[in-house]
Design a protein around this ligand. Structure first.
Ligand code: ADP
Ligand code: MG
Length: 730
């Protein structure tokens, strides 16, 4: 049978992807084989098919127990015989292990997945000696290298173990990490320098790369996502806390999002992941724990809220976008402070590890700071050249389509380098900038540094500019950060040479995102002060609200409440979409009652030549928002209110207050499942009518007074008010 027929027979595919066929042939020929292919390229098949065809059992070493089960299940699915594939790891009990071993001894098993820890056990080795092994495949082989992004020490002992079984067994290594350093490490460590190497291009022409300065990222996030309504995306953060914070803020701002990180129990993780896969939510906010083995083809954006620890990780994560070849926007927010934070985290680690970590981070900084095409930079990092004019994917990154402003910086670079020299290489960046700007504080005075020749020479420019100069000079290796004395800047040989022989040095400036950010902060401050921003407009809006209420036959409080009107008098929304950014206004309310409101504001803005704030204002996470988000999600799932209360350790009263808060802020909830069960229909009608016809302000106190002595409980009244507000006001 030829390979194509085998492919069809076992996997049902009609053709091989990329170089799969040649790779499989190499393994069948008993050669050591090294496969470097991006995520999703189809590496698994490269060992699965030969394993099925060869005599004996192939051992597949894989780092993640969770993924092993998936792999085994999928291969069993193709063959319909359970014994064809097994895994052996610490999750199996004794009896299960015995069953696996008996299938192996009976030569029924073609693929055996093992964790490296299992492989290092004496008894496992002894057992493998007694059976026929076709080859050993090391999946995720970058784990061998400390230059890989998830180095596992036990991976380094694999070669020794294989030797213990039979030194003639062919070895196969597979990875999606392509840096020449990692490659070399893997080959050396596995003793496969003569292997056939198959390296696929890492270019993903449909992905768009962008790096933005991290200025008010949450606002940028919301804007970015709202412009892509209904599309799937992943947001990566470095900390669990940030994950939860951002997920909550997105939800409060009307975006369907869920958090995912390793701190949640397995059931929650599985549920949130499924909801993302099934498109019950659009956005998943996650730590890097999310995405291994995820194969959602239409992820339209991957956002890094924080820069990751290495470009390998970054590439892997962005690689989850646009798998189907369609749009995939990869946006990263960069703030040098985040890099410093990561450097600090490393301080407790062994020096060698710190050294590696710092160098990986330096590459991340270089990527973020670069002015050349991002794609070119990334591919170069992975050992590939890219033609930025005509290559596949040219003009698909921010630098390529919108070059950053630059200016000649030779004299400024010289100023910085000379100062480092003069100050005897004892200062960190921040301190240098202080001297450049001429800030004469007590620290500067105590060292007499105000007498340095460069003191105050950089006054004409901002601290941001000088920080950019220092970073770019460091990226160009004229300066280096000392590791031992964390962050102190030292001159390199090249730096000394530059002082002797200055040459042109182009400084790349950031796009001016700051100006926009300042506008926003003015808005937010005005808002915090509490007064009405535009009294005249506010009065007009209040009047109009009354008219709308009359026309629609609902009380004014059900149309727009005061805090919403105040917010409108601040933000001047002139479209329905903008109106939904107003406090307490959801989509329902905006489209139901918004038409005349935005028309009025538009006219007002025009007549009075008002310059509107150009930016969206983020609804902040209200108190105990975690609870609110939980309640909204639970109601969506029609959970009884008593269960919700119990789960959150709240009283029924608390839960009702929370729901009232949710409804009053413009979000609609549907409690019919609960109300219909607990309040009889006549009562429902009477209470609903009351809020529709008789209530002046919609207040609960008023309603309680009205129904005092009647046969209504407070809970019933409050539930019906919630229903009324949801249906009529939101
Ligand atoms: P990798 O391990 O390289 O990230 P996988 O082995 O998980 O990638 O494969 C990615 C996807 O490609 C899987 O859904 C797999 O079924 C599919 N695939 C692999 N080879 C082929 C092929 N020859 N034809 C069609 N689909 C394939
Ligand atoms: Mg794989």
């Amino acid at each position: 049978m030829d390979l194509k027929s085998a492919l069809k027979k076992y996997f049902g595919f009609n053709s091989f992807k990329g170089e799969q066929e040649a790779i499989i042939q190499s393994v069948l020929d008993g050669k050591d084989t090294f496969v470097i292919m991006p995520t999703g390229g189809g590496k698994s098949l490269c060992y699965q098919l030969p394993a099925l065809l060869l005599e004996g059992t192939a051992i597949i070493i894989s780092p993640l127990i969770a993924l092993m089960k998936n792999q085994v299940d999928s291969i069993r699915g193709y063959s319909e015989q359970d014994h064809v594939a097994h895994f052996l790891n610490s999750s199996l009990n004794k009896a299960e292990q015995e069953r696996v071993k008996s299938d192996l001894s009976a030569a029924k098993t073609k693929l055996l997945y093992v964790a490296p820890e299992t492989l290092t056990k004496e008894e496992t080795i002894a057992f493998f000696k007694a059976i026929k092994i076709s080859f050993v495949a090391v999946d995720e082989a970058h784990c061998i290298s400390e230059w890989g992004h998830d180095f596992r020490p036990e991976y380094r002992r694999i070669k020794q173990m294989i030797k213990g079984i039979d030194s003639e067994i062919p070895i196969m290594a597979l990875t999606a990490t392509a840096t020449p350093k990692v490659q070399g490490d893997i080959q050396k460590n596995l003793g496969m320098n003569d292997a056939d190497v198959y390296k696929a291009s890492f270019n993903r022409p449909n992905l768009f790369y962008e790096v933005r300065p991290k200025v008010d990222p949450i606002k940028q996030l919301i804007r970015f996502i709202k412009e892509r309504e209904g599309k799937s995306g992943i947001i990566y953060c470095l900390s669990r806390k940030k994950v939860e914070e951002i997920a909550e803020t997105l939800v409060v701002n009307g975006i369907k999002a869920l958090p995912y990180h390793a701190g949640f129990d397995a059931a929650t993780r599985a549920r949130n992941q499924d909801m993302f896969l099934n498109e019950d939510v659009d956005v998943i906010v996650a730590t890097i724990a999310f995405g291994m083995g995820i194969d959602k083809p239409d992820v339209r954006f991957v956002i890094h809220n924080d820069m990751p620890k290495s470009l390998e990780g970054y590439y892997q994560e962005t690689g989850r976008g646009g798998r189907d070849g369609g749009e995939g926007h990869c946006l990263a927010f960069y703030d040098y402070k985040d890099i410093e934070k990561l450097e600090k985290f490393m301080q407790g680690k062994p020096v060698a590890e710190q050294e590696v970590g710092r160098q990986l981070l330096e590459e991340v900084v270089a990527y973020a700071e670069t002015a050349v095409s991002r794609r070119k930079f990334l591919l170069h990092y992975f050992g590939e050249e890219f033609d930025e004019e005509n290559g596949d994917g040219a003009k698909m990154d921010d630098n390529a389509i919108n070059p950053r402003p630059r200016e000649e910086g030779m004299n400024d670079v010289l100023l910085v380098l000379k100062m480092v020299d003069e100050i005897k290489q004892t200062a960190k960046a921040k301190y240098l900038i202080k001297i450049l700007l001429g800030k004469k504080d007590s620290e500067v005075q105590s060292y007499n540094h105000h007498n340095l020749s460069g003191f105050g020479k950089g006054k004409a420019k901002s601290d941001k500019y000088w920080m950019a100069v220092i970073r770019q000079v460091t990226v160009s290796k004229l300066l280096r950060k000392d590791i031992e004395s964390y962050g102190v800047l030292k001159l390199t040989d090249e730096g000394h040479a530059f002082i002797e022989n200055p040459r042109s040095f182009i400084i790349v400036l950031d796009h001016d995102y700051e100006a926009r950010a300042e506008d926003d902060s003015i808005i937010l401050n005005a808002k915090a002060s509490g007064g009405v921003a535009d009294e005249t407009l506010y009065k007009l809006l209040k009047e109009l609200t009354r008219e709308i209420a009359k026309e629609k036959g609902v009380p004014p409080f059900a149309v727009f409440q005061e805090p919403s009107l105040m917010d409108m008098a601040l933000q001047y929304p002139i479209t329905i979409e903008e109106l939904t950014n107003i406090q307490g206004v959801g989509h329902g309310k905006a489209s139901k009652y918004g038409e005349h409101i935005v028309a009025l504001i538009a006219e007002y803005v025009e007549e009075n030549e008002i310059e509107r704030p150009q930016d969206i204002v983020v609804k902040s996470v209200v108190n105990k928002s975690g609870t609110k988000v939980y309640i909204i999600q639970s109601i969506d799932r029609k959970r009884p209110l008593a269960d919700i209360a119990r789960a959150k350790g709240l009283t029924m009263e608390d839960v009702l207050s929370e729901i009232e808060g949710i409804v009053d802020s413009g979000t609609r909830v549907n409690l019919d499942y609960y109300i219909n069960e607990n309040i009889d229909e006549d009562k429902q009608d009477e209470l609903f009518d009351y809020f529709q016809e008789d209530s002046e302000t919609g207040s609960i106190e008023e309603a309680l007074k009205e129904f005092e002595g009647d046969d209504y409980t407070e809970e019933e009244i409050r539930l019906m008010r919630i229903k009324f507000m949801s249906e009529m006001a939101n």
